[in-house]
Write a protein that binds this ligand. Sequence first.
Ligand SMILES: [Zn+2]
Length: 263
Amino acid sequence: MPKKIVFDDRVYFQSDVLNESGCVSHCFTSKCGGVSCGTVKGLNLGYRVGDKQEAVDENYRLVAGDFGFDFSRITAGRQTHSSNIRIITESDAGKGVSRESEFENVDGLVTNVKGLPLVVYYADCVPILLVDETAGVIAAVHSGWRGTVAKIVKNAVDIMISDFGADSEKIKAAIGPSIGLCCFETGEEVACQFDDSLLEPWGKEKFKVDLQKANENILLSCGLAQRNVDVLKICTVCNNDILYSYRMEKEATGRMGAFISLQ
Ligand SMILES: [Zn+2]
């Protein structure tokens, strides 16, 4: 069950499983609160959706204030639905938010640096946050349908293990708000790339695809324990009143953020 947190008019979700680790601060944002106007009204965290930079900066500052992040150190990639992961070091702090990003085609971030918040931004795509408290390593992953087919979250887990000594049995993961099976309707060209167990026939030659379950399955196949994989089960389309949804609002929609920082 997701935990809902409210600061003033800002609504966030957290994972109990990640909180159990005791070594991270994390959140999944909503569109409630924030200073953005127009079609991206609310707490928009996307710099490339036509919003004013000052507004997006202020929204990041609001989130930073709520969760004890240092705004100047929040780090993001230039997401392109790739399956590429980047290891973030101390010298990268702030890139993609308060500093220019050089991480083109990066949809997942891994770090062992304390106090260096990672963020992935999204609207319908699946955000996944990971931690291994023993190894002291965290990751943030943006996994849309293309990233899910390419198993980007497996790439992140592999790097946590190979480069930072993480143990798959100890890794905790949270799958955040994203388009649910209830609303992710696709044609056969997308559906055929997923296992039949993740599909539900829908009307004439259409299918619904369970992206959240697909990512959960990838994590389990990586060796994560079922109890350590927390699917928040929040659909962005069904909850479009409080969450941005690309499918509902098209190009004009804002972006939410999934943040994680090692304490
Ligand atoms: Zn839905």
